[in-house]
Design a protein around this ligand. Structure first.
Ligand code: ZN
Length: 117
């Protein structure tokens, strides 16, 4: 049998196509002997099923792929990005990364006992 991920709103559609409910696993499934093609969009891991977000820099961590931040920018310079660097500052200026870093530093500076200076 093939287990499906069916949104609650689509359960009736899946049921009409022949999907069955497994009360133990609380999942819909395609019984053996039934063609799975009509259920493709609900099959786990199928393209379009719980579509991964299109945002750059977000990667499913459970798949073991490299995870980088939303505003990730690759720099050749191996410096500490939390410290002003004359080589990289110009490259980062005006980017979403710089905006995010500015906001982060404002939060850090507002914390008692910390300073990014
Ligand atoms: Zn640098």
């Amino acid at each position: 049998m093939v287990f499906l991920t069916v949104p609650y709103a689509e359960k009736d559609a899946a049921k009409a196509l022949g999907a069955r409910w497994n009360p133990t696993r609380k999942r819909w499934y395609v019984p053996d002997g039934v063609a799975t093609e009509p259920f493709a969009k609900w099959i786990d891991g199928a393209p379009g099923a719980e579509a991964p977000s299109a945002k750059p820099g977000r990667v499913d961590s459970y798949q073991g792929k490299t995870v980088v931040g939303l505003h990730y920018i690759e720099l050749a310079h191996n410096c500490n990005p939390m410290q002003a660097c004359p080589t990289c500052t110009g490259q980062l200026a005006g980017t979403a990364w710089a905006d995010a870093q500015t906001r982060l530093m404002a939060v850090v500076d507002a914390m008692p006992g910390t300073s990014s200076k």
